[in-house]
Design a protein around this ligand. Sequence first.
Ligand code: C2O
Ligand code: CU
Ligand code: CU
Length: 512
Amino acid sequence: QIRILATGPATQVQTYSAKLIKGPRQTLQQLPDNFLGPVLNFQQGQKVRVFFKNNLNEPSIIHWHGLHVPQRSDGHPMYSIESGEQFVYEFEVMNRAGTSFYHSHSHNLTAEQVYRGLAGLIVVTDSDERKLDLPSGEFDVPLVIQDRSFGDNNQLQYVHMMHQRMAGFLGDRILVNGKPDAEFKVKSAAYRFRAVNGSNSRIYKLGWDDGTPLTAIGTDACLLPKPETRPYIMLAPGERVDLWLDFSGRAVGSKLVMYSLPFSGTQPGMSGRGMGMMHKGLPQGAKFAIATFSVTEKVGDSIKLPEVLVPFQRLTLADVDNADKPLPIGISMKPMRPLLNGKSFAMDKVLDFERVALGAVKKVRIFHDHEMPGGGGMKHTAKVEVENPMRGMRMKKPMDHDESGQEHGGGKKGMGGGMGMMGGGMLDMAHPIHLHGQQFQVLRRVTGMVKADYASVKDGYIDSGWKDTVLVMPGEEVEIIKPFQDYKGLFLYHCHNLEHEDLGMMRQFLVE
Ligand code: C2O
Ligand code: CU
Ligand code: CU
């Protein structure tokens, strides 16, 4: 249950109440009513208090993905609360206008809790956005995209076998805003679609069926400086993109389908197709429809796409204090363990981190680290005392079906993969890397080592605005510039393939 009190520039109080349901009784038919949490509407500058009551029978905590909030309100897993307990978040909305989302962040339980519905959309508005003439109200439509699997009696089905978790969960039904076979009735006017990839590990290559290029007006948590057009847009787990589509030239009765277009190379071990924790066969990179938009009503003149959106300051190497010594985020996979900087996150090592001075602006290098399959230590790593609510708190052991190879949920069919994927191919899969705290900018991608398959994704990146999650393809290296302002404390960074995150592919900065 989530209850929100928000006061701020407009002194308004919003109260939401939503049941976050987890359990065996969740069926496809029930999804439309209870699947995602409520949409949270915030304004920049508002002070927000959130009451999160854990009605599950296991620990949980919520993270506000994209919002720049203090450590204590960031949903770090060390703040997980037990069944029946309440956690009160307090933060000021520092973000500019954009699209974010919230989701469970309880270590080892994140993937399954999100899978079963512990997530929802966050919309932030600000004064720069209000100066623009952007589609609003019924013309501002969320598209939270998730893949799920349903077993007998339409029960949501999740799998826990280790080799499947290593590849990440892939479902065979695509849900938009919690509904399968999504269909939207639209008017002949301009729309803003807030696309959120809320899937555990599926990557989408968004495209329109008639070849219309995609126009983006925002990326993770922020509007772009100006609209960007692409033939398709890659949307990895945790990423958002705000799309502009004008239906005004289209006839009543016409339909437009949003697809995920075919791509390859995210899991090269599988001859480019990728298996994942596939259920009934919808591989990573397969082509499928996401949602259909039917024009049902003719309306008058539509608003025009603005040429310029919001003020933007491009960060350069002149802004950072470590141009030659980037903070490393090294990706490696050893059997059964995806790692960052050669290490695995665990709740009993919650005080293991890299240090960054408050106010610093850093270059960060995200790369596939083939030197470090498991070993190695980070020079910046240190242990000091910081606020650690874990002390004295009993940790409930997370469900762990890995060793036995049992999955619960009763599924027994169609689990692809096998141990073969633990070999070389898995070492080089794609990872969406997410950093908590402030948004960053992509400085450049180093693509000298990428495989031929890269051609099927490379025109789909939008790196020209603010980001908090970035897709790193096999062989690819991404350099980013990230400010560490406003708040001291522990801020996580991790793979947003949620199975990888739960397996420990997560570390943190101590901002001090
Ligand atoms: Cu969307 Cu740390 O997560
Ligand atoms: Cu986050
Ligand atoms: Cu990963």
